[in-house]
Each structure stands twice: as structure tokens, then as C-alpha cells.
Design a binder for this molecule. Sequence first.
Ligand SMILES: *[C@@H]1O[C@H](CO)[C@@H](O)[C@H](O)[C@H]1NC(C)=O
Ligand SMILES: *[C@@H]1O[C@H](CO)[C@@H](O)[C@H](O)[C@H]1NC(C)=O
Ligand SMILES: *[C@@H]1O[C@H](CO)[C@@H](O)[C@H](O)[C@H]1NC(C)=O
Ligand SMILES: *[C@@H]1O[C@H](CO)[C@@H](O)[C@H](O)[C@H]1NC(C)=O
Ligand SMILES: *[C@@H]1O[C@H](CO)[C@@H](O)[C@H](O)[C@H]1NC(C)=O
Ligand SMILES: *[C@@H]1O[C@H](CO)[C@@H](O)[C@H](O)[C@H]1NC(C)=O
Length: 352
Amino acid sequence: MMFSTLLVCILSIVHFNHQIFIQPAVINTNDIQNETFIENVTIHEDTTIAEVIDVAHEETDKSISLFDDVVELNIGGQKITTLRSTLTVIPNSKLAQMFNKDNTKKKNLPMDKSGAVFFDYNPMYFNFLLDQLRAFKRMPKKPGYQIQFQAPYMNSPMNFTHMLVDLGLTQNYFLSPTEGTHINLTVNSLAGWKECYRSTYNIPFDFSVIKKSCNGSRLLVGCRNINNKNVLTLAGIGQYEDVVHPCLPKQCKTNGKSKKKNKKLTCSSSYQCITQGKRGVGWYNANNQTWGFVRGSLSFVIDPCDPSDLDSDYRLCWTKQSDIKKGTGDRCGSTKNLQNSNKYERLVYYIA
Ligand SMILES: *[C@@H]1O[C@H](CO)[C@@H](O)[C@H](O)[C@H]1NC(C)=O
Ligand SMILES: *[C@@H]1O[C@H](CO)[C@@H](O)[C@H](O)[C@H]1NC(C)=O
Ligand SMILES: *[C@@H]1O[C@H](CO)[C@@H](O)[C@H](O)[C@H]1NC(C)=O
Ligand SMILES: *[C@@H]1O[C@H](CO)[C@@H](O)[C@H](O)[C@H]1NC(C)=O
Ligand SMILES: *[C@@H]1O[C@H](CO)[C@@H](O)[C@H](O)[C@H]1NC(C)=O
Ligand SMILES: *[C@@H]1O[C@H](CO)[C@@H](O)[C@H](O)[C@H]1NC(C)=O
């Protein structure tokens, strides 16, 4: 009966990046845990651009003369001289990568006769940008997600924007990723994201901590095998309001028949959840019971979590109460029944 509900009630599938697929077989959790159990992995520290910038500031403050040097540029014919630390102040930008001290080969950088790196931009635009980089260097510990460059008031701000894109100074370049669902997402690629919650699945999930600690404009909700900490098995990204928003009464009703508004969800029976895909991710937050996401817009049963095998790799489900009657339990992608597992972790990151 549950399966028929799952299959019949799929309303529409929108915003999908890829085609949906159906996992043919019922998955044996033991198999999966053994298969995904990876030994001997290198664990990298989680680094965000904010932390990188903090370090850059410390170095600049302490010993500007030791680590810095003067760089000559030729911008559309005009010689401009600046400090390397100014060009590299946004660590993950293309501009910083070009002038990073490690880039000794000056790969792919065209030079003029005098050996100055040449950029084919209007020097007015470049100077305008350079002033902002200089100012940024002196600001106290500004996190990456707050960085935004102003275009000068001229007849064509597009030209300035094109330059920013070329130099990798747009947030879409140095912050990543910014939306959607992701499988095998490398933790090191989470530029700009700050971790605000982490617990293994066997520890009760406390939703109030998310509301307290993860106060940002966007949240990234992910999970991983603790033996492979440098990769998030599955992650979904959404606007804060979409991610934490409780299911509307219409969206979360008792299985099949209830029409009572705001009916409190109890933990003993199953409920139908209908998600609305927001930029590829369908979030649900059933009062005091279940929190998670699927890919796109789906209708399915939570009992108390999401046992579906449809598009299985792209489903995350966490039960919210410790005293809940755990049925099919929590999941991290296609790995299910994780409610007592200390081998899998929940993680939440935010961008202010
Ligand atoms: C998975 O591993 C456990 C312990 O390492 C073992 O007891 C179990 O038989 C394995 N299951 C499968 C399906 O290989
Ligand atoms: C773990 O890594 C070390 C060093 O890289 C290697 O010598 C060892 O054989 C590895 N062990 C396993 C079980 O792969
Ligand atoms: C900006 O680019 C446009 C073409 O896209 C050009 O017509 C315009 O003159 C440029 N403006 C400046 C100030 O360089
Ligand atoms: C993700 O990683 C797992 C284990 O390393 C691998 O089996 C799987 O094919 C990967 N999936 C994708 C979509 O990359
Ligand atoms: C979340 O951040 C906003 C804006 O910074 C602030 O107004 C609000 O009070 C914060 N909420 C909590 C619960 O900290
Ligand atoms: C959720 O649970 C908490 C504590 O168990 C309770 O205080 C709160 O009223 C509940 N909220 C709803 C909407 O049922």
C-alpha cells in the first residue's frame, strides 16, 4: 500500500538537473554500509574562505615587508604598480591564483616587453577595482560571502562586470556551490560555507540548534560516512526560509484522509509529504517529526522518515525527536536505517 502511494502520488518533477531514475532493488543496509566503508582516507580540515582570509589578514598585519612584493602590471597600456597582497586578497579568486607566489611559472599570463603582466581592460575600471581590493585588505576579517564589488558609475557597468567574471571575482566563482543537490561533494570545495552543526545519526537530532546556530541566508544540509570525512555523500542547498520552513498544513497531512489544519503530527503513523522543488531541491520539515529533502517536487510517505527507493541517492531524512518511534529511520542518500548509526554524520553549513 505504501508503495502504491509512492508511485501514484508523484505529482510533478520540476527543476531536475538530471533524469529521475528508479532504484530497482530493495537495498540491504548491511551491504551498503560495508560497500561504502572506506578505510585509510586522508582527512582534510574543513577550510572556508573566511578562515583563509583571516589567515591572510594576520600575515599581512604582522609582516607585510617579509611576505609581500611589488607587482608591475600593464592595464590596457597604462602601467599600474601594486602589492602582490592586494591582488591575492580574495584567496579563491582567479586573480589571486594568477598572482599567488606558488604560481611561479606565471602560467598563461601574457606579458609586455618590460615583463609586466598585461590585461586588456580599461585602466579606469581596473583602478576602480584595485581601490576596492586595497580597501578590503584593511577591513577587519571580512568573510568571503560578504564580498561584493561595486561597479563605477559609467555608461557601461557591463564592462566592469565582464572584468570581474574574467578575474574570478564574482561570488559564484569564489563561493561554491550555491544551489542544488550534490553527490560526493568534496568538503574542501565548500568555499565560503561555515559549518554550524555536526552530529552522528545515533545522537538525537536537535532542530533548535539549527535555528540558533545556523542563522544565514542559505543553508547546506549534508551527510557523510565518518570514514570518508573529506566527501559529503549527499548535500542539498537552499535559501534559509525554504530549508527550515515547516510544511504547510496542505503539504503535510496524515496519510490519505486528514483535512484537519495544523494537525499535530504524531510519531506512530505515516504521513504524506509533498515537496515543491526550489532550485532543484524539495525541502520538507514536518512538525517535530522529520526534516529532509528530495530532488525536485515529489509526493511521498514519511514513516517517520523517508523510506522511498525512488531517486534514492538524492534523498536525505533526519528524524527530529529522540523519543520518536523509529520505523524505517534516517537516511543519507541510498544508505538507510541509519537511526542508530555512529558511522554516518549529519552536517549543516551556512552562508551569512
Ligand atoms: C558487513 O560487515 C559486517 C562486519 O564487518 C559483517 O558481519 C557482515 O557480514 C557484512 N555484511 C556483508 C553483507 O558483507
Ligand atoms: C594505509 O596507508 C598507508 C600509507 O599510505 C599504507 O602503507 C597502508 O598499506 C594503507 N593500509 C590499507 C589497509 O590500505
Ligand atoms: C563598454 O562596452 C561597450 C560594448 O559592450 C562599449 O560600447 C562601451 O564604449 C564600453 N564603455 C566603456 C566606458 O569602455
Ligand atoms: C560517489 O562515490 C561513491 C564511493 O566513492 C561511488 O561509488 C559513487 O559512484 C559516486 N557517485 C557519483 C555520482 O559520483
Ligand atoms: C539572525 O540574523 C539576523 C540578521 O543578522 C538577525 O536580525 C536575527 O536576530 C538573527 N536571529 C537569531 C535567532 O539569531
Ligand atoms: C515540538 O516539540 C517540543 C518539545 O518536544 C514542544 O515544546 C513543541 O511544542 C512541539 N511543537 C509542535 C509544533 O508540536
